[in-house]
Design a protein around this ligand. Sequence first.
Ligand code: ADP
Ligand code: MG
Length: 394
Amino acid sequence: MNFNQRRALLGQEFVKWYQAKPTAYAQAPGRVDLMGSHTDYNLGFVLTQAIDRNIWIAARPRDDGIMRVRSLDIDGCGEFDLKQIEYNRKLPWTNYVGGVAAILKEGGYNPIGFDGLVHSTVPIGSGLSSSAALEVSSAILFDTFGKLNLDWVEMAKICKRAENDFVGMNCGILDQYTSVMGEAGCILLLDCRTITHQAIPIASGLQVMICDTRAKRELTGSEYPERRAQCEEGVRILAGFYPEIRSLRDATLEQLQSRKSDLEPVVFKRCKFIIEENQRVLDISKALAAGNHAKVGDLALESFVGARDLYEIVSSEMIAMKDAIMDSPGAFGVRGAGAGFGGCMVAFVKDDEIDNFADSVQQKYSELTGIDPDIYPVQAAPGAGLLSFSIPHS
Ligand code: ADP
Ligand code: MG
């Protein structure tokens, strides 16, 4: 579907559901992390980019304090009374939108309700952050209709809090920050402590490819908070010996090694991964800028091995995908995207081999797993905003 077809589809469906035309369209991109798994909540670094897959919301403001939201991707209509915003148990997905309004209100802002219709080209629940794209596109509409004049970083923080406090997922700032702050053609080196970034240039010759395992994530929901708690436990113990350590961002491998016997083996492994992964973010940024593709590939594979053996977030399908990728033409390296446990992987591929690469991975991965994967290139995209054709009309 091209841009105009997508616009037409949303416009027609909007009229069907809400009997009026939308007056604005917001967009917010998904993201892929090129390096830095689980480093965000450890206040470290992530190398990240917004991608050319996004969520659009067509919307029309209301003047009765009610907000309604539908999606072309998931059934149901969620309704929130902005005077008293309550968690919607029947339609959990609508809480990503309601939650943004709730956090805005808590912060003293006055969000205005709207009728909204969502459409996504970000795969849902696959590690490319459809959830943040949904929150951030909603925030753009609240900002626009309520004339809130939100600062961009503040918007990312509000969306993160919506996911932490309203939806109940204790994620770091990575996803929301990237969706808000993405820059066309740029990779962002994000510092999760200062919540600032530096744009990193990439030398030519390399293409970022998404390799979606399309395997069902078999998660109980406790895996993510468990790892967060293990990192916090590591910080608590290390800080007893080194008071300057306030997060794993502050710890060195030497400090960790010297206190190995004071830590549970599993806590030691988790901390080792985070400390090494943080360093890999800085190293890969330099390698990408210098066009050192062999080094980029090596660092990606080190990240994959650490994620598999130390952080234990790699599924059997991810291992099969890694094997298929490394056995295909043009591949420098591969690692998991997002939180892991299945979903998408990110491969670094020689840019004149991408078609051969995609065909080969497709075939090899389906032979190994019986699953048909989705393999495609992504470009670094701009962050969220209103779509330019969305001039208000009646
Ligand atoms: P990810 O962010 O990696 O895609 P999450 O589990 O964090 O995975 O977020 C996925 C959830 O976000 C979905 O289960 C749904 O609740 C919500 N969501 C994402 N995209 C859409 C959409 N297009 N329509 C409705 N809900 C969506
Ligand atoms: Mg998410």
